[in-house]
Design a protein around this ligand. Structure first.
Ligand SMILES: [Mg+2]
Length: 117
């Protein structure tokens, strides 16, 4: 006989329990403002390509994303000033210091799930 009582519930965190992707989208928009005369869509496409290439090295997360921003900037500009390095690092720092923003009603849903365990 199989015991059907729920013992564990596993949930993904990012964009399931709390907002995450909105911060990455905002960071990309801020990053694109550092460029002149390059279409943001083209920048974001190259960034995604560089992120995918770097994924086996950096893994997922803001710090790896931040390094990919730097690499993308260099790809388009061939050189980088210290002010641009600082601006790019600040994009990552801003992301890292964001307060966790729970998705609407997530606490209520988790409390309901807890009753089933
Ligand atoms: Mg997720």
């Amino acid at each position: 006989m199989i015991n059907k009582k729920v013992k564990f519930i596993g949930l993904d965190g990012d964009d399931t329990l709390w907002h995450n992707e909105i911060h990455f989208q905002k960071a990309q928009d801020d990053f694109c403002k550092l460029f002149k005369n390059i279409n943001p869509k083209k920048i974001k496409k190259k960034l995604l390509e560089i992120e995918k290439k770097n994924l086996p090295i950096y893994g997922y997360g803001i710090k790896g994303f931040n390094l990919s921003l730097l690499e993308t900037y260099i790809y388009f500009n061939k050189y980088i000033t210290i002010n641009k390095v600082k601006a790019i690092l600040d994009i990552g720092k801003t992301m890292l210091t964001k307060k966790v923003q729970l998705i609407t009603d997530v606490e209520k849903v988790l409390m309901q799930l807890k009753k089933k365990i």
